[in-house]
Design a protein around this ligand. Structure first.
Ligand code: GUN
Length: 281
């Protein structure tokens, strides 16, 4: 049976480090890091994520505010809110919770965040710097958390076949680039991939980020692979990942659970990025 990568425990270690860093920044510079979260509309999942982010900030001493806006807000007014946060020297990190309601362009809104406050790493400047290997101001939180989990296994990434299932801007694409930076041979799969099980079976490292409950079966996994499950699917029976955990854990060398896997690491990386932003300010 594979070893479980305990994201909750790893995240706690990072949160402790961030809490120390916050205290130090306050002592040396008199600065308290502040994160502003913009939440538009009433998406149920987003409400939960945002509440978790607020709680996590409070726990490590980061000031957070959530600006809740009606789904009917005009795009230019939303951009106005973002611009005010850009100009506010007390705000170090800005996060616009996604998805935005219909009619609001994520592209236009994210493009207006100051890249130096873009703790989500989703601004084109940050994504472009990542793609070019130039060192972005911030890496997107989820793939950054996944990399920490991979490194924690002590398994060398160089030369391995890494298969990323999912091509979102928020996870799949940056994940693939970050694995490439570590010299993996990377395959990106998606809904149009021919013979997805066969592609998955080539992965020494398999990252699942598709949003389909338990899609990836035990017999899709190369024996001894490291399996990272980014899926967060809310079913009546509870939260499940994209990987059939019970099957997969029998085949994998290391595997992340859902819950208590990648999710807590994403939040820990957001805290870390916010501390970094405040430290640079
Ligand atoms: N929605 C789901 N995950 C995320 C995230 O990491 N950042 C933002 N901004 N929105 C999300």
């Amino acid at each position: 049976m594979g070893q479980i990568i305990d994201g909750k425990m790893m995240a706690q270690g990072i949160r402790d480090e961030v809490a120390k860093g916050v205290k130090e920044l306050q002592r040396k510079m008199g600065i308290t890091p502040k994160l502003s979260v913009v939440l538009v509309g009433g998406d149920a999942g987003s409400q939960v994520y945002v509440r978790n982010k607020e709680k996590a900030c409070a726990e490590v001493g980061i000031t957070s505010e959530t600006i809740r806006l009606d789904a009917s807000i005009k795009e230019k007014d939303l951009i106005g809110v973002v611009n005010k946060l850009n100009e506010d020297s007390k705000v170090h990190g800005i996060l616009v919770q996604l998805p935005l309601p219909k009619g609001l362009s994520e592209l236009n809104v994210l493009n207006n965040i100051d890249p130096k406050k873009d703790v989500d790493g989703l601004h084109p400047v940050n994504m472009g710097k990542l793609l070019k290997g130039e060192g972005p101001y911030f890496l997107p939180c989820t793939p950054q958390g996944v990399m920490e989990m991979l490194l924690s296994t002590g398994v060398e990434i160089k030369g391995k076949n890494a298969v990323v299932v999912g091509r979102s801007n928020i996870v799949g694409k940056p994940m693939a680039i970050m694995l490439l930076e570590k010299h993996a041979t990377v395959t990106i799969c998606h809904s149009r991939t021919n013979d997805l099980p066969a592609e998955c079976r080539r992965g020494d490292i398999l990252v699942a980020a598709v949003g389909r409950p338990k899609m990836i079966k035990g017999n899709w996994i190369k024996p001894g692979a490291i399996v990272i499950d980014v899926g967060m699917n809310r079913l009546d029976t509870g939260l499940v990942g994209d990987v059939d955990f019970e099957e997969a854990k029998e085949v994998a060398s290391y595997i992340t659970p859902v819950p208590k896997g990648v999710g807590p690491m994403t939040i820990a990386m957001l805290l870390k990025n916010t501390l970094t932003a405040a430290g640079r300010a």
